[in-house]
Design a protein around this ligand. Structure first.
Ligand SMILES: Nc1ncnc2c1ncn2[C@@H]1O[C@H](COP(=O)(O)OP(=O)(O)OP(=O)(O)O)[C@@H](O)[C@H]1O
Ligand SMILES: [Mg+2]
Length: 229
């Protein structure tokens, strides 16, 4: 399968439309953004792509990060240096953003201590830049424990990624593997994987082999049944 294929799924479109609003200082609405879902639905890839196109700071949370290590990681992304001490880091981050508005993306934010989320809120209150918190299904509940944080995430900035649709499966199979899945085959793959993109990718690897062995690019429901058996 081809590497680096990116599909504009319905989840990606919703995420990008929220980011357009959050970045539009004239007509958009200020706010922090929360992106959440079960595993493997494409949150990280969508956020990484947005970051690649718009810049800013992208950090993936490490287990048991101290306050200083967390803030240093963000400061490093924005300034290229890691100031000593949490306070200095926060000021460096705020100053870097005052000159140049950029997004801070925090992936796997549900692994953070809630106090680190409060640090992000401080940065948000000071700079007004969009801060994107990405995590699993429990993230909104975790955030709801802190009204000061929760109140800064407007309803429309809470983006739940849902299972990949049969249409997106068909598109991905075509672009990544050159396979023509019938509507029935696409629906079976979407259902059998519960719309999990990571699993869809694995099924398509098997279908690619099966199609090659059968010397075809057409995949029907029978072929899907065979590879999943
Ligand atoms: N838009 C996309 N286009 C093409 N492939 C994608 C897309 N989104 C996800 N994938 C595929 O699905 C895999 C899982 O996606 P990703 O890691 O972004 O999911 P996630 O929601 O962040 O999962 P987790 O909750 O485990 O962190 C990717 O490695 C990639 O193979
Ligand atoms: Mg992820």
């Amino acid at each position: 399968m081809k590497k680096g294929i990116f599909i504009e799924t319905e989840n990606v479109s919703r995420f990008e439309s929220v980011m357009r609003q959050a970045l539009d200082t004239e007509r958009g609405r200020p706010g922090m953004v929360c992106v959440y879902s079960a595993a493997g639905l494409g949150k990280t890839l969508a956020a990484e792509r947005h970051y690649a196109q718009h810049g800013g700071a992208y950090v993936r949370v490490w287990e048991d990060w101290s306050q200083q290590a967390f803030l240093q990681a963000i400061a490093f992304e924005l300034t290229g240096s890691r100031p000593h001490g949490s306070d200095r880091c926060k000021w460096a981050i705020c100053e870097a953003l005052a000159d140049n508005r950029r997004v801070i993306y925090v992936d796997e934010a549900d692994r953070l201590n809630i106090k680190r989320i409060e640090d992000l809120r401080d940065i948000y209150v000071y700079t007004g830049v969009p801060i994107v918190l990405i995590g699993e299904l429990g993230l909104p509940t975790m955030l709801s424990a802190r009204a000061r944080v929760d109140d800064r995430i407007p309803g429309e900035y809470r983006v739940e990624f849902t299972g990949i649709s049969a249409t997106d499966v068909m598109l991905y199979a075509q672009e990544a593997a050159g396979l023509d899945l019938s509507p029935e085959a696409s629906a079976m793959v979407a259902k059998g994987t519960k719309g999990n993109f990571r699993r869809i990718h694995n099924v398509l690897l098997s279908l690619e082999q099966a199609a090659l062995a059968a010397d075809t690019v057409e995949v029907d429901a029978d072929m899907v049944k065979r590879v999943r058996a």
